[in-house]
Write a protein that binds this ligand. Structure first.
Ligand code: CA
Length: 227
């Protein structure tokens, strides 16, 4: 049996087209036409992926996404945003979405994103408390402590740390971080990432000069090596 996808989208026509296309690719599709039903279905039975529209009746996609993550659901979420709402992408990634596609999108683009999300190693989002030596990160409370002392991170630093922690031992490129943590396109200034990493290291590494947790991959990006 194919992988299952929950499609939360209120535009009937788009819903029908996408369902047909996804079925053709071998996916089993369940649909929901508003945020309330979508949330219920998402927590009610296991799906391999959730496609979530932002503008929905009853409850918008942002709220649904945030509540699903707060409920501990680790299923990948692909958000559908309107072309003009750049802020939507950033907000949805902050609320725990894994990727986004901007409307109008081609079926091929959507399929590629779905494939990528389904093929990548499972996230550890169900685990909310992480401890690495003296560093303690509570994702649910958004609280970080180093050797028992509260560490004050900016929202962006926290998102960055979270992204790396959830992919332990995996080399993550600057481009991926810009896209996933900032919601920026490929042509953005990758130095932004380095500046935030440096600031993060000063706050969470016992010795920021020779970091043991956030390791640099020369010419590529970073890897979280905390144990
Ligand atoms: Ca809509």
């Amino acid at each position: 049996m194919g992988e299952s996808i929950l499609l939360i989208e209120d535009e009937q026509e788009l819903c029908t087209i996408l369902t047909k296309r996804l079925n053709k690719q071998g996916y089993v599709v369940e649909t929901a036409a508003d945020g309330v039903i979508g949330y219920k279905k998402a927590v009610g039975s296991p799906f391999d992926l959730i496609i979530l529209d932002i503008t929905l009746p009853q409850r918008n996609g942002f709220d649904v996404c945030r509540d699903l993550r707060q409920a501990g659901l680790a299923t990948p979420i692909l958000v559908l945003t309107a072309r003009t709402q750049i802020a939507d992408k950033v907000v949805s990634l902050k609320l725990g979405a894994d990727d986004y596609v901007t409307k109008p999108f081609s079926a091929a683009e959507l399929m590629a994103r779905i494939e990528a999300l389904l093929r990548r190693p499972p996230l550890q989002t169900s685990q909310t408390l992480h401890e690495f030596g003296g560093l303690r990160v509570d994702l649910r409370r958004m609280e970080v402590k180093l050797n028992g002392e509260l560490v004050r991170l900016s929202a962006r630093e926290f998102q960055l740390l979270r992204y790396l922690i959830e992919r332990p031992g995996v080399a993550v490129s600057r481009t991926e971080l810009l896209r996933s943590v900032w919601g920026y396109g490929e042509d953005s200034f990758t130095r932004t990432v380095d500046v935030h990493i440096a600031s993060l290291r000063r706050k969470i590494e016992n010795d920021p000069v020779s970091p043991k947790m956030i390791v640099t991959i020369p010419g590529m990006g970073y890897r979280f090596d905390g144990k």
